[in-house]
Design a protein. Structure first.
Length: 398
C-alpha cells in the first residue's frame, strides 16, 4: 500500500482560502503544520495548526521543512507553485511519494484574464531575483510579455531599463495583488509611468520604441557586443553557429572567447543552452562577462585561463569552438578529454594554424571549408572590394 504524502504544496491566491477547492481546504484543515511566507500565513483564518514562517533566504527553509518529515505539513505558495514558484525547488529535495501539489491560478493566468491576452503567444518571465536584462533579447515592437517582479520599487527600475534600451514608448500595465481585495491595475508608458506600487506585483509589457531589436537568426550585428577588435565577425559567426548546431540542453566550450560573441549567440539560440568561455586575458574575460550581462545570460560562465590547462574540472561539453589558442597540444588534449559524439569547430587565420587544421582533419576526418569575404569600400570617387583575411573552418564530430 502506497503511503500518503506527508507534504501538500498549496497554491494560494490573494483572496486567501475563499476560492480554494475542497481538496486544498481539506489539506489545510487537517494539517499539523502550515509553513509559508508571512504574507500568505496572514491570509488564513485560525486553523489550529502550528504556523511556521518560511525564512529568508528561501534556501534556509528547506532543511527546516525536511525536519517536519512524517507530520502532516502544508506549504503555501503563490498561485501555481510550479510556474516561477517554489514548487520545483521543494520537490527536487524530496522523493516523489513524499509530496503532492494542489495549484491555484497563476499570476500569469489572472493577468491574461484581466488583459484579454492569449498566454500561448505571451512571454512569461519571473524576474524576482533575475536581472532585468533577461528581457533584452525579447524586446521588439509589438511583442508582449508578462513579468513578475520582486517588489514595488522594481516597477520603476523596469521602466528606467526600458527607457535606457530605447523602448521608452512601451505600454506598461502594472497589476498589483491580483485576485484579492487589494487588486489595482495602473497603465502608462515606460516614459510616463509614476507612482508607488506594492508587492505582489506583475507588469504587462507591450514593447514599442526605437531600440534595436535583437535578431533571432545567427550572426547578429557586431555592434551588439563591446569589443576591442577581437571578435568573430558577423558573417563568420553565422557560419560557426551553423556548424556548431546548438541543440536544447547542451553546453558549449568557447576556447579563446575574445568578446564572447560565439558563446553569447549560442546561449541566445535557446533558453536551455549554456556556455563556458575560456579566455586568458583578464580584460577580455571581463568584457565577455559584461557582454553576457547585457542580455541577462547567467548561463554563460567565464573561465580566466589558457586551454588546455584551464579545461580541467569543467562539465563536459557537447560542442567545442576554438576561435583562439589553437595548438597541437590543445588538439591532443581535446581528443583525449572529449567524449565520442562531441562536435568540434575550429577556425584558422594564420598559415600555421591552417596547416594544423589540415593535419588534424587528415587524422580525424570532418569537413574543411575556406571562406573568403570582401566588403565594398570607398575607392577614390567610386567603390571597390576590400578583402578580409580568409578563414579556414574545420568541422568534425569526434
Amino acid at each position: 500500500m502506497v503511503e500518503a504524502p506527508w507534504l501538500t504544496i498549496i497554491g494560494l491566491g490573494e483572496d486567501g482560502p475563499d476560492s480554494l477547492p475542497p481538496a486544498s481546504r481539506a489539506a489545510l484543515e487537517s494539517a499539523e503544520i502550515v509553513m509559508g511566507p508571512p504574507r500568505h500565513l496572514g491570509l488564513l483564518p485560525d486553523l489550529g495548526a502550528q504556523r511556521v514562517d518560511w525564512p529568508v533566504p528561501f534556501a534556509d527553509g528547506l532543511p527546516l521543512l525536511e525536519g517536519f518529515r512524517g507530520r502532516r505539513v502544508v506549504v503555501l505558495a503563490s498561485g501555481d507553485p510550479f510556474w516561477f514558484g517554489a514548487g520545483s525547488v521543494i520537490a527536487a529535495r524530496l522523493d516523489p511519494h513524499e509530496w503532492r501539489a494542489l495549484p491555484g491560478p497563476s499570476t500569469f493566468s489572472l493577468a491574461a484574464a484581466r488583459l484579454g491576452w492569449p498566454l500561448e503567444t505571451t512571454t512569461c518571465l519571473g524576474l524576482h531575483a533575475a536581472p532585468l536584462a533577461r528581457l533584452r533579447p525579447l524586446l521588439a515592437p509589438g511583442q508582449r510579455a508578462l513579468v513578475l517582479l520582486r517588489d514595488g520599487q522594481a516597477v520603476a527600475d523596469l521602466a528606467a531599463y526600458l527607457v535606457a534600451e530605447g523602448f521608452g514608448d512601451s505600454r506598461l500595465t502594472v497589476l498589483e495583488a491580483l485576485g484579492g481585495p487589494r487588486e489595482r491595475i495602473t497603465g502608462g508608458t515606460a516614459h510616463t509611468l509614476h507612482g508607488t506600487f506594492a508587492h505582489p506585483v506583475a507588469v504587462a509589457i507591450e514593447a514599442a520604441g526605437t531600440g534595436a531589436p535583437l535578431p533571432r537568426a545567427s550572426g547578429i550585428a557586431d555592434d551588439f557586443f563591446d569589443t576591442d577588435g577581437q571578435i568573430t565577425k558577423r558573417p563568420i559567426r553565422a557560419l560557426a553557429l551553423s556548424a556548431l548546431a546548438p541543440l536544447p540542453g547542451q553546453t558549449l566550450w568557447d576556447i579563446g572567447g575574445g568578446s564572447g560573441s560565439i558563446g553569447i549567440e549560442w546561449c541566445l539560440s535557446h533558453p536551455s543552452l549554456a556556455a563556458i568561455s575560456i579566455e586568458p586575458r583578464p580584460d577580455r574575460a571581463a568584457r565577455i562577462r559584461a557582454n553576457a550581462d547585457r542580455y541577462g545570460l547567467d548561463r554563460l560562465t567565464v573561465i580566466e585561463g589558457t586551454a588546455p590547462a584551464a579545461l580541467s574540472d569543467l562539465p563536459a561539453p557537447q560542442a567545442v569552438f576554438i576561435g583562439g589558442g589553437l595548438s597541437d597540444a590543445l588538439m591532443q588534449d581535446l581528443t583525449q578529454r572529449l567524449v565520442p559524439g562531441t562536435r568540434l569547430v575550429a577556425h584558422a587565420v594564420t598559415l600555421e594554424s591552417e596547416a594544423l587544421l589540415t593535419e588534424w582533419s587528415a587524422r580525424l576526418g570532418g569537413d574543411l571549408m575556406r571562406v573568403e569575404l570582401a566588403e565594398a569600400t570607398p575607392l577614390g570617387t567610386k567603390r571597390g572590394w576590400s578583402p578580409a583575411r580568409p578563414i579556414v573552418q574545420w568541422r568534425v564530430t569526434l
